[in-house]
Design a protein around this ligand. Structure first.
Ligand SMILES: Nc1ncnc2c1ncn2[C@@H]1O[C@H](COP(=O)(O)OP(=O)(O)OP(=O)(O)O)[C@@H](O)[C@H]1O
Length: 474
């Protein structure tokens, strides 16, 4: 038994009862109320060692109450519960000074743990003053798997802690890095990204730290590196698992000292950057194989954010798919809607390329599907047909040869068809091919021509002949 009193505020009687019981069992005394007015009365009376409150109350927003509560009773821990499970709610809860944030539905053990920590005052000094309201972020998804991500993000946003974002390719690691930057105190500074896998290994150090004139063959002039460019902002080190050992050693030294020197230089510069690193690789395995420095790993892995693969975010697929279809409209592609069976089909796919693959798949459907409503059959047909596509094996469809045979069977019928079969067939497959190339390159004809391996004039001619609207000039 302990003698702490917890105020529980929720307009839903069932929640009040369940939470009250759990807290009584955990040895707390409980006072309940169903409104912000009731909560305020208890606060003014000086009742309570901790508050557990819903966000949406009949007479006020629970998050807006937190600064008021803290003005009256500084340091009183307020735990918020919310069914509005977006990243911005989690972030706003932290900004307003919430002690903890519990997305509904939550586990009662989680609640009692949070309350125990709150009454123990273990983290009493949380930021109290409200910062600017977080903008709504382009991070879609409210699945349970994403709630942990949002909570961790909300906790590190007000800090300068180094964050390591882990997750398979295409799960949104860069988006997390950008969100941390955009929401934090460094948002007015630059966001600079460097992908270790995308630049030649021998250039990584000079890319990171810059170089002096003549530092190596080809260094004709002094050049600033990413550390310098990111001063006052955030440096995103993508694919950190691909960083060569020498560069790792140098990076470790910078993280330890907070200073760096350019390649071939003698001047020491302050490294005023927040580091967010990311990788899809298993760093533990790289450490075992002697390819990643363990000490650097601990320096970078101060706060890990683990992004779930899309297949573990079942509930989010519909929302993400609709979001990407809306975006396709903004890119000039026709509006499409998903039928319920199409949603079920999408949710059943393995999505090895994760959110990026879903995004491309939706763009492809927007460009290719003829009808406004996309059924499971249509989704399976378009997303499964182009052999090399990463999308799952079709529920039906088959090889390209089978598709052509099917088309011929349907077009020839019992008597010989009109002449020009070859051109009709070409038209039939060129149209989706061209539209897809344009969709994938966002209407950039130069890139689309390169993708297809034809020259730009040929592409222009084909677009006109086949009546494919270029989505945007390019
Ligand atoms: N939760 C999300 N809401 C909306 N869009 C998302 C979300 N997650 C990822 N995306 C989109 O999916 C694409 C891939 O995301 P991102 O580039 O951040 O992934 P990544 O994990 O960094 O990939 P890689 O490991 O291949 O570099 C981007 O276009 C991004 O905008």
């Amino acid at each position: 038994m302990n003698d702490s009193v917890v105020i529980v505020c929720d307009d839903d009687a069932a929640i009040r009862t369940v939470v009250r019981q759990a807290l009584l069992r955990a040895g707390h005394a409980v006072r309940t109320t169903d409104s912000a007015a009731g909560l305020w009365k208890l606060i003014e009376e000086g009742v309570g060692d901790a508050v557990v409150s819903d966000v949406i109350l009949p007479d006020a927003n629970g998050l807006d109450m937190i600064p008021l509560i803290h003005a009256k009773r500084p340091g009183l821990p307020v735990i918020v519960m919310s069914a509005e499970n977006t990243l911005s709610t989690a972030v706003r809860a932290t900004e307003q000074g919430a002690f903890d944030y519990l997305p509904k539905p939550f586990d009662l053990d989680e609640l009692t743990r949070a309350v125990a920590a709150a009454v123990a005052g273990s983290r009493a000094e949380r930021p109290v003053e409200a910062q600017a309201t977080a903008e709504r972020l382009p991070m879609i998804g409210r699945s349970a798997a994403m709630q942990d991500v949002y909570r961790t993000m909300a906790r590190v946003v007000p800090t300068d802690l180094t964050v390591m974002v882990l997750g398979e390719s295409g799960t949104g690691k860069e988006l997390v890095a950008r969100a941390l930057h955009d929401l934090g105190a460094r948002r007015t500074g630059p966001f600079v990204a460097l992908n270790m896998a995308a630049i030649p290994r021998e250039l990584i150090e000079s890319e990171l730290f810059g170089h002096e004139r003549g530092a190596f063959t080809g260094a004709a002039a002094r050049a600033s590196g990413k550390f310098e460019q990111a001063q006052g902002g955030t440096l995103f080190l993508d694919e950190i698992g691909d960083m060569p050992m020498d560069a790792q050693t140098r990076l470790l030294r910078v993280l330890q000292s907070g200073e760096f020197t350019t390649v071939g230089g003698t001047r020491t510069l302050k490294a005023d950057v927040r580091i967010v690193a990311a990788t899809h690789k298993d760093l533990g395995r790289l450490i075992d194989a002697g390819q990643f420095r363990e000490d650097l790993y601990y320096r970078l892995n101060v706060v890990p954010v683990r992004l779930p693969p899309l297949r573990a975010r079942g509930d989010d697929i519909g929302e993400l798919a609709r979001h990407f279809l809306d975006r396709a409209v903004a890119e000039g592609l026709p509006r499409k809607h998903l039928a319920p069976d199409a949603l079920a089909w999408l949710a059943a796919q393995p999505w090895p390329g994760n959110v990026r693959e879903l995004e491309n798949a939706m763009r492809r459907l927007a460009a290719l599907a003829r009808d406004e409503v996309i059924t499971a059959g249509v989704a399976a047909m378009w997303l499964a047909q182009d052999g090399g596509a990463p999308v799952a094996t079709p529920a039906r469809g088959g090889s390209l040869a089978e598709v052509v045979e099917g088309w011929l069977a349907a077009n020839i019928g019992p008597s010989l068809p009109p002449d020009g079969l070859y051109d009709r067939l070409l038209a039939e497959f060129e149209r989706p091919l061209l539209a897809t190339a344009l969709a994938l390159t966002r209407g950039n004809q130069l890139k689309a021509a390169k993708l297809l391996g034809v020259n730009r004039n040929t592409l222009r001619k084909l677009l006109t002949e086949r009546g494919v609207e270029p989505a945007r000039g390019g």
